[in-house]
Design a binder for this molecule. Structure first.
Ligand code: TYM
Length: 335
């Protein structure tokens, strides 16, 4: 059976961009493949975090996976830091990746430009991400378009390991939806920027846990393009095109159907209806999120996830460590 791995950072909230670009695909892939979905708390540490908030956000991100429809009886949901094999393997990959390769990562350059201090962890982040993926002998990685470069590096590192030591890890494929299928949902305030949960301006995204009235307000105040026509044209009408993609994905209707219905009726009605569709999308997610608030419920899911994930990670790591020439502990004792 095909293996799927993906990770989401517990950065406080998840946006409809995270949902449409990645998490929605987790819920379909879980029925076709053996799936591992990880809350990557160690990745979140590459920028400053409040410890109490990080703890809460980690549990809430896992709760959101389940609320969005990831079934913990089918897919494995776990926390990255619970499986120490991730960091151990990451070091070996840091010693495999080149400085120049990591320096070229556009996410590093973008994020570093926004930080007052740039940690070494922010720089080596893609090696940890590669470790996440390669430990599970992953075939496919469902992510948004912003992760494409990290996936390419992961493939390069996998190929490098295999050519140095013989077949050790699967070379994974990225599973990135086209733009019209959610691969890159743009900011509601600036259609040239991707929608980002770390944006300072909360009007630029819709969070999955935003109350309905907040969602209505954010969508009504989303920037639009000149003219009045609702038409899919990413070059000339990037803002409306982005809203149309969101509409299409939350309603299941084609861009043509939407253009036909709203083409001549101006932006107002289109935005009002879009807001209602987004509210319809998040309402059941929010209800399920509340249902999972019982103390211990999500912790039990994560514990079961750990039990399934750790042995898989350990098997890969053991083979990799042996290939690098690290002496297994038992042999030292047996001398
Ligand atoms: P993160 O936490 O930033 O985002 C989680 C997922 O959401 C996707 N995404 C989007 N998709 C479409 N439009 C958007 N505006 C948008 N914003 C975010 C991301 O592409 C991602 O799929 N480095 C990863 C986390 C990670 C990971 C991994 C992913 C760590 N290890 C191993 C896959 C496999 C990240 O920061 O995602």
């Amino acid at each position: 059976m095909k293996r799927v791995f993906s990770g989401v950072q517990p950065s406080g909230l998840l946006t409809i961009g995270n949902y449409l670009g990645a998490i929605r695909n987790f819920t379909t892939l879980q029925h076709e493949a053996e799936c591992y979905f990880c809350v990557v708390d160690l990745h979140a540490l590459t920028v400053p975090q409040d410890p109490e908030e990080l703890r809460r956000n980690t549990l809430n991100t896992a709760r959101l996976f389940v609320a969005c429809g990831v079934d913990p009886t089918v897919a494995t949901i776990f926390v990255q830091s619970h499986v120490p094999e991730h960091t151990t393997f990451s070091w070996l990959l840091e010693c495999t990746a080149y400085y120049g390769e990591l320096r070229r990562m556009t996410q590093f350059k973008d994020k570093a430009a926004k930080q007052e201090v740039v940690t070494a962890g922010l720089f080596t982040y893609p090696a940890l991400m590669a470790a996440d993926i390669l430990l599970y002998q992953t075939d496919e990685v469902p992510v948004g378009e912003d992760q494409r470069q990290h996936l390419e590096l992961t493939r390069d590192l996998a190929t490098r390991l295999n050519s140095r030591f013989g077949p050790l890890v699967k070379v994974p494929e990225a599973y990135i939806p086209p733009r019209t299928a959610g691969g890159r949902i743009m900011s509601l305030q600036d259609p040239t920027e991707k929608m980002s949960k770390s944006s300072q301006d909360s009007r630029s995204y819709v969070a999955l846990l935003d109350p309905p009235d907040v969602i209505r307000k954010k969508i009504r105040s989303a920037v639009t393009d000149s003219g009045r026509e609702v038409r899919y044209d990413p070059e000339e009408k990037p803002a409306i095109s982005n809203l149309m993609v969101i509409y299409s994905l939350v309603s299941g209707e084609s861009l043509d159907t939407i253009a036909e219905r709203y083409g001549g009726s101006g932006y107002g009605k289109f935005k009002n209806d879009l807001a209602e569709r987004v509210v319809e999308l998040v309402t059941p997610i929010q209800r399920r999120f509340q249902e999972l608030s019982e103390p211990g419920a999500i912790e039990a899911i994560l514990e079961a996830g750990y039990s399934k994930a750790q042995p898989v990670a350990a098997a890969t790591l053991q083979a990799v460590q042996a290939a690098f020439g690290l002496v297994p502990r038992g042999q030292i004792r047996g001398e």
